[in-house]
Design a protein around this ligand. Structure first.
Ligand SMILES: CC(C)(COP(=O)(O)OP(=O)(O)OC[C@H]1O[C@@H](n2cnc3c(N)ncnc32)[C@H](O)[C@@H]1OP(=O)(O)O)[C@@H](O)C(=O)NCCC(=O)NCCS
Length: 165
């Protein structure tokens, strides 16, 4: 049985092996391998491909040439907003901090370039994702009237989250 300090050590070892980068020329099949199993409820191979092609920004986590996680995002509005379209980590390596690191990397990149906000939608029962976003500073309660341009629409059971930068 692993105690908490050896688990932390394990996480640190793992951290050294993972590389997170943005907008490299990622092979389409790497992105599909990560995202399709996670979002097959909502996407077909074709619709996922269209979504990947529509992303202006992509961050990926790689270990030894294997893609383990990715964030697809796109610019929205004319005030420097960024919209996270899809965010996922391969099921076999969830819970190791990869999602948190990718999110931090994306936020850092957006801040450095003076982006105004990051907006995303998640299912309202996805507690793990919501916790992750809230820890990074995203808020459930914000006034979209602050923006003179409409944010992406959503149906019932979907929670909008906003991080003002
Ligand atoms: C949401 C997701 C991206 C998080 O990535 P991850 O690499 O697993 O996240 P992290 O390891 O950085 O952990 C984030 C938080 O989730 C918690 N967590 C991790 N594994 C967990 C598990 N098996 N059960 C419950 N919580 C868990 C962690 O404890 C951490 O919280 P903490 O910082 O308070 O400890 C990933 O779970 C995923 O791809 N899920 C499926 C797709 C999805 O839901 N995407 C988001 C849609 S908007």
């Amino acid at each position: 049985m692993m105690n908490s300090s050896s688990l932390e050590g394990e996480k640190r070892i793992f951290r050294r092996l993972i590389r997170i980068s943005r907008d490299r020329d990622y092979p389409l099949n790497h992105l599909e391998t990560v995202l399709l199993p996670l979002f097959q409820k909502d996407y077909t191979e074709d619709s996922l491909r269209v979504t990947i092609e529509s992303a202006n920004h992509i961050w990926c986590a790689y270990e030894n040439g294997q893609c383990l996680g990715c964030v697809l995002a796109t610019d929205i509005g004319s005030h420097g907003g960024v919209y996270v379209i899809l965010f996922g980590v391969c099921e076999s390596v969830q819970g190791l901090g990869i999602g948190t690191r990718m999110l931090k990397k994306m936020i850092k990149w957006c801040r450095k370039r003076r982006r105004s906000f990051i907006f995303l939608l998640t299912e309202d029962y996805n507690e793990r994702a919501i916790r992750l976003y809230e820890k990074a500073g995203f808020e459930k309660h914000f006034h979209s009237t602050m923006y003179d341009e409409p944010l992406p629409e959503h149906g019932q059971g979907v929670l909008p989250l906003m991080l003002l930068l």
